[in-house]
Ligand binder design. Sequence first.
Ligand code: DAH
Length: 376
Amino acid sequence: MSAPNKSYDPVEVEALKPEAIERMRDEALAAFAAADSLDALQEAKVAHSGGTSPLALANREIGALPPHAKAEAGKRVGMARGAVNKALTARQAELEAERDARMLVEEAVDVTLPYDRVPAGARHPLTTMMERVADVFVSMGYEIAEGPEVEAEWFNFDALNFTPDHPARQMQDTFFVQGPKGSDGDGESGVVLRTHTSPVQARSLLDREPPVYVVCPGRVFRTDELDATHTPVFHQIELLAVDEGLTMADLKGTMDHMVQSLFGPEMTTRLRPNYFPFTEPSAEMDMLCYVCKGESVGNPDRPCRTCSSEGWIELGGCGMVNPRVLIACGVDPEKYSGFAFGFGIERMLMFRHNVEDMRDMVEGDVRFTRPFGMEI
Ligand code: DAH
C-alpha cells in the first residue's frame, strides 16, 4: 500500500490556482454586469454559477487535494462563489426593478382618454318609473291589465259615463281615428287614440268577475302641442279595485301606501273635491311634498321649489267608481263598490327628478337619460 502523496503540489491543479479562481470570478461578475435583461442574466447565471460553471467544476477538484491544501483552496473557491452569488442577486434585483418601472410606464392606463366601447343600453326612465309604480301594487296582489292604444270611443268615453256632449270628446282634445260618434249618422262607436288609461277599467270589469284588483300602465294621446309641460303622447297609470264593502278609506289607505313606498315612510296624501264622470264622489289627489314635507308653508326662510312652497304636489284624479260604470260593465252596484285613481308618469318623473322640460323626455338624447343609470 502506498503512502499519501505528501509531495503533491496543489499549485499543480490548474483550476484551483488563485489567478484562475480570480479570473473565473471576474468573468462571472462582468457577465452579470453586462446582462441587460432578465433573460440575459439567466443565461449568464447558468454559465457562471450553474452546476457546470468553471467555479463549480473547480470546486469539485478540491476533493482531490491533500488535506492540508483543501482548506485554503476551499476558502478561495468559497469566497469567489459567494461574491458571484451576491453579484447575481444584486443584478437580478436591479433588472427586476427596471422591468417593474418600465411596466408602470408602458402599461399605464389613461382613464381620461375617450374610449371606443359601446355602452350598454338601458330602458327609458319613464318606463322604469312606470314599472316601479306598478310593482308597488303587484306586491299588494294587484294584477297588471292592459288595453289597446287605438280604442273604441265607447270604452274611452261612453262606458265611463262621459255624456255625448262632454267637452273631452271634442276634436281639440281627442285624436279621432274614425268617428266621432254619430257623425256619420249610424250611431256606431267611433275609434280614438285613447285619451287616458281609464278605458282599461271598463275592459277589466268586462273581462273578469269581481273582486277585481288591477293596475293599468300605458301610453295615452291628446291633441296637445309639445312644450315644456305638455306632450301629445304621454303615460298614465290607473288603478281599479272593485269588491264588496270598499270605501273611500280603502282608497286613501292605498294611495298613502303607494306614496310611502315610492317616496318614504313619512309621506301621506290628501283629497280635494273634484269632478270626473266615472267616479262619484271624485277627488283630486295630492301628496305631501317629499322635499320639504310641508315645512316650507308660511316659512319664507325655507322656500321649496318642488311644491312652490304649497306643501303639497298634485298627483292625479281618484274617487269611488260611479255605479253607472259598474252597471255599464255588468257589475251589480248593490253588491259591489270600487275605487279608482290615475295619474301621469311624466309629471311624477318631473317632480321626482327635478326635470323642468317635458321635451327632454321625448327627444331621445342620452345626455338626459344617462344620469338615471343603467337600470334594465
Ligand atoms: N282619467 C283621468 C284623466 O286622465 C284621471 C283619473 C281621474 C283616473 C279619476 C281615475 C279616476 O281612475 O278615478 O284625467
